[in-house]
Design a binder for this molecule. Structure first.
Ligand SMILES: [Zn+2]
Length: 144
């Protein structure tokens, strides 16, 4: 059985070795949006071009979730990161101890992907999360 992998959202691209997010940039003012817009919410222009967002973003906000529906392990970090100048993306922050001592606003994060589910024909749904970026890890390892 051949396995096919599909992104869970159309703005997640993993056709190369490392995943990235694709945004829509206004052709008039350059404002970027993660999802398709009929018109730019900054200037009203109606034409866009696709742009590749940087792989590294900045953590802007987070909360540590301690209660969740059955089957969802807690605690985990629900986070909002900014990619580029103005694209805000919500996802889990993984590969880090979910504690206020290890997670902080302005830390650098990068994208990581994981298999969210596989259907009966072997098609895999690929979702994304954030993880501390290698730069961030380096900084933390160098700290006294
Ligand atoms: Zn615009």
């Amino acid at each position: 059985m051949a396995t096919t992998a599909l992104p869970i959202v159309d703005y997640l691209i993993f056709d190369e070795s490392k995943p990235y997010l694709r945004a829509q940039a206004c052709r008039s003012c350059g404002a970027e949006f993660l999802t398709r817009h009929n018109s730019c919410s900054r200037c009203g222009n109606r034409t866009f071009r696709e742009v590749r967002l940087p792989r590294t973003g900045v953590l802007e906000s987070f909360t540590i979730i301690h209660r969740a529906p059955p089957g969802i392990p807690t605690p985990y970090v629900s986070a909002v990161a900014r990619f580029g100048e103005s694209v805000y993306v919500k996802a889990r922050l993984v590969d880090v101890d979910p504690s206020p001592e290890r997670v902080h606003v302005q830390m650098k994060v990068s994208l990581t992907t994981f298999s969210a589910a596989t259907d009966s024909q072997g098609t895999e749904a690929i979702a994304f999360a954030f993880k501390p970026s290698a730069d961030e890890t380096d900084e933390m390892e160098q700290a006294p």
